[in-house]
Design a protein around this ligand. Structure first.
Ligand SMILES: C[S@@+](CC[C@H](N)C(=O)[O-])C[C@H]1O[C@@H](n2cnc3c(N)ncnc32)[C@H](O)[C@@H]1O
Length: 346
């Protein structure tokens, strides 16, 4: 700890080859949005996401659906950077409480500190390092009978995607890891090394509708790829006749498949959807943002089933999409689909 008499040692600004830092870890201004608000605004205005942050998607639509009110109990199952949570928190005060869950032990403490610094104390906000598949237990452990509103914004955050060290990035080289919780399970490199070609081809179709699964799988299954770039290059080599754009789409889909598999995302989502009615108070609302068809199909089916058997009194029959304006200003919102449901009153 430094005291006021000890001068802070001067740190030279790192030298970059161009005008601006290009590496994620060197973008020191973007990593300090409170201190360098002007730089952060410029990055956002250019349609990008500042390094180390996440821009919440469909905030207006989600608030409209969840309609948070003072005194209510809320759960953000995918806390991420806390963008949605911050908006909900300011609407459930006074008297309300928000539980923020996230599987990621690296980003969760940072978000907890950020929300504390905004004035949300432990009486209104608590952070839980947990998979949302275990939501029912988290509520029970905290002596909460049910939530009035629940949000799940699926997938990965921009902090995770953009940090090459986490191994999700297609753009920058890093270890082929892709775990939301790097303390559990196996990295994508180990998963790929163990799986056989037929099983991988099946997953590529099932998890990402990959049309070239039969060509890609034999080239990458059972092999050792230590880095994201080495895997991306092998996928491109497997598709010599494909144009650059289609090839880039296949690379994305393979990465999506590995991410879903390594994090067991569909099992977590299925458990969550199954337990959801028991976690909601009568009249409680749930909103789920999905980013690909495998997720949306599951949410749609669970809500339709719950509506049919009377557990949900109302559901969104049509999917809600981000406005054209949001899609333009934040390309990461483009594939988002929002669905909601309301638990029947008893
Ligand atoms: C798209 S981000 C959420 C962004 C957040 N809504 C915001 O405004 O910053 C998704 C987050 O959910 C977390 N996550 C994904 N699947 C999870 C699961 N099964 N259980 C808990 N957290 C999960 C990821 O670690 C990531 O931080």
């Amino acid at each position: 700890m430094s005291d006021s008499l000890t001068p802070t040692p001067h740190k030279r600004r790192p030298r970059y080859s161009g005008k601006n830092p290009r590496r994620f870890e060197d973008k020191y201004k973007e990593h300090n949005p409170e201190r360098y608000a002007e730089t952060v605004e410029k990055v956002i205005a250019s349609g990008k996401t500042p390094a180390g942050t996440h821009r919440p998607i469909m905030v207006v639509e989600i608030l409209d659906v969840l309609a948070p009110k003072s005194g209510e109990i809320a759960v953000d199952c995918t806390l991420g950077y806390g963008g949605h949570a911050q908006e909900i928190l300011s609407r459930i005060t006074p008297g309300g409480k928000l539980l923020g869950l996230d599987a990621d032990p690296i980003e969760l403490p940072k978000t907890e500190s950020r929300l504390r610094a905004l004035g949300f104390g432990a009486e209104i906000f608590t952070a839980h390092r947990s998979n949302f598949a275990g939501l029912q237990k988290i509520l029970a452990d905290n002596e909460i009978a049910g939530a009035d509103l629940i949000l799940a914004d699926l997938g990965v955050s921009s902090m995770q995607i953009d940090n090459p060290a986490r191994g999700f990035s297609i753009k920058f080289d890093g270890p082929l890891d892709m775990r939301m919780n790097p303390q559990r399970g196996q990295p994508a490199s180990a998963f790929l090394e163990k799986i056989n070609s037929n099983a991988l081809a099946k997953l590529l179709v099932e998890y990402a509708d990959e049309p070239h699964a039969d060509k890609i799988a034999p080239e990458i299954a059972g092999k050792n790829f230590a880095t994201t770039k080495s895997l991306a290059n092998a996928i491109r080599t497997a598709l010599p006749r494909l144009n650059k754009e289609d090839c880039a789409l296949s690379v994305r889909r393979v990465f999506q498949t590995l991410r879903i598999a390594v994090n067991d995302e569909f099992s977590a989502l299925d458990s969550f959807l199954r337990n959801l009615p028991a976690c909601l108070n009568p009249g409680g609302r749930v909103a789920i943002l999905t980013f690909h068809s495998g997720e949306d199909r599951r949410v749609k089916k669970a809500f339709a089933g719950g509506h049919q058997n009377g557990i949900y009194s109302e559901i969104s029959h049509e999917v809600i999409r981000p406005t054209a304006e949001e899609q333009n200003s934040n390309p990461r919102s483009t594939s988002a689909k929002l669905r909601w449901a309301r638990r029947a009153s008893e």
